[in-house]
Design a protein around this ligand. Structure first.
Ligand code: CA2
Length: 154
């Protein structure tokens, strides 16, 4: 069986569903995890679903993903807009990575218009609500099976 997907969530995403529903909707992080498991399972993939409020822990998990995952979904929360450490960790990860944002940061405050993550990931999904996680998993499943058949040809 393929290595699992890592679905990594940054600061304050544990509060989803409890505040600011006009921006983030009513879906909780537990709901997102359940949907992500279903979606990945349909493609024969397992999930390691995690959330942290600590930048260094997210860096550790990206380093772990490098050896233990087949792809990564990353919603780095506010660290998206500040973190050189996450940028550097992503550069080293050598896996398909999809950056996800529930809201569309480009419709929001100017400080959310810069991402340190986007230049070093495979793709970005934003502004589509919690559904963005399932779309990212679909994209990873396609990328991973394309990689596997390329390897088989070699
Ligand atoms: O839209 C996204 O997914 C974000 O990554 C969410 C981050 C924000 O800093 C990014 O600019 C865009 C914030 C996550 C905090 O989520 C909360 C949810 C409910 C209540 C308070 C915060």
């Amino acid at each position: 069986m393929a290595k699992p997907l890592f679905v990594l969530n940054g600061p304050n995403l544990n509060l989803l569903g409890s505040r600011e529903p006009e921006i983030y909707g009513h879906t909780t992080l537990a709901d997102i995890e359940a949907e992500a498991r279903k979606c990945a399972g349909a493609h024969g993939l397992g999930i390691e679903f995690r959330q942290s409020n600590h930048e260094g822990e997210l860096v550790d998990w990206l380093q772990e993903a490098r050896v233990s995952a087949s792809g990564v979904v990353l919603n780095a929360g506010a660290y998206t807009h500040t973190s050189v450490a996450l940028h550097d960790a992503l550069k080293a990860v050598e896996l398909p990575v999809i950056e996800v944002h529930i809201s569309n940061p480009y419709k929001r405050e100017p400080f959310r218009h810069t991402s340190f993550v986007s230049p070093v990931v495979t793709g970005v999904i934003c502004g589509l609500g919690a559904q963005g996680y399932s779309l990212a998993i679909e994209a990873l499943a396609t990328l991973i099976s394309a990689r596997a058949s390329k390897k088989g040809q070699a």
